[in-house]
Design a protein around this ligand. Structure first.
Ligand code: IPE
Ligand code: IPE
Ligand code: MG
Length: 228
């Protein structure tokens, strides 16, 4: 894709795993497995395309309300894939971070997350943020509480500086797969001026070609930021 404007920070709402599986007469877990397996290819492709930072929505604060077996399966998969990811990104100059509320996660998952963050802390080329137990509203509340604790004024700049994605700047483009036209509590504050791209393609089917379509669409947008 030559001469195309590449977004620096891309957020992806990876939706549609359950429906992908149900269409095939399988259980939702099967869809989550396929969805997890798809992450690697998209991450690699996005960074190769010139995207600097990626934020992937893997588990929302509201997803805890799903049946316990599904939540357990998702947590298991997150642990397995995060471990795999560490090995892959550590040598590719990718800095891995998990964003969202950490306290509610199980100690064994926290351990894997901390290992990954530590192993990649000196990496500089790309940022990969995985949103786990993440919610945009909860993130703003955390940021504001931090400011209150530090006795700092509540300003737009200070809130922005204390968001989980402060190290990447605001997302330029947010992609949602799975056919729903909503943001489901993802990057609410920093997404104020993000370009949105929705596709009906379910996450396990979202491939490099589909990613390029989103980038092409972004390249055609005229971002005005309120100006003329
Ligand atoms: C996205 O797929 C993964 C998570 C939310 C964890 P879904 O599980 O929401 O799949 P659908 O939307 O039910 O198809
Ligand atoms: C958003 O998908 C969360 C993730 C992709 C992790 P959901 O499936 O949870 O969103 P809703 O329920 O359709 O809004
Ligand atoms: Mg969904």
């Amino acid at each position: 894709m030559e001469n195309i404007k590449i977004p620096s920070h891309v957020g992806i709402i990876m939706d549609g795993n359950g429906r992908w599986a149900e269409k095939r007469g399988k259980n939702r877990s099967y869809g989550h497995k396929q969805g997890s397996a798809n992450v690697d290819a998209i991450v690699t492709h996005a960074f190769e395309s010139g995207v600097k930072s990626l934020t992937l929505y893997a588990f929302s604060c509201e997803n805890w309300a799903r049946p316990k077996e599904e939540v357990d399966e998702l947590m298991k998969l997150l642990k397995i894939y995060f471990k795999k990811f560490i090995k892959k990104v550590v040598n590719n100059d990718v800095r891995l971070r998990v964003i969202g509320g950490r306290e509610e996660l199980k100690p064994d998952l926290i351990k894997v997350i901390e290992d990954g963050e530590n192993a990649t802390k000196d990496n500089k080329k790309n940022n990969l943020n995985i949103a786990i137990n993440y919610g945009g509203r909860q993130e703003v509340v955390r940021a504001v509480n931090k400011l209150i604790e530090q006795n700092q004024p509540i300003t737009d700049q200070n809130i922005s500086k204390n968001l989980d994605t402060a190290h990447c700047g605001d997302p330029d483009l947010i992609i949602r797969t799975g056919g729903e036209y909503r943001v489901s509590n993802f990057l609410l504050y920093q997404g104020a001026y993000s370009e949105l791209y929705f596709t009906d393609v379910l996450w396990p089917d979202f491939n490099e070609v589909e990613f390029d379509k989103a980038i092409q669409s972004f390249g055609q947008r005229k971002r005005r930021f309120g100006k003329v």
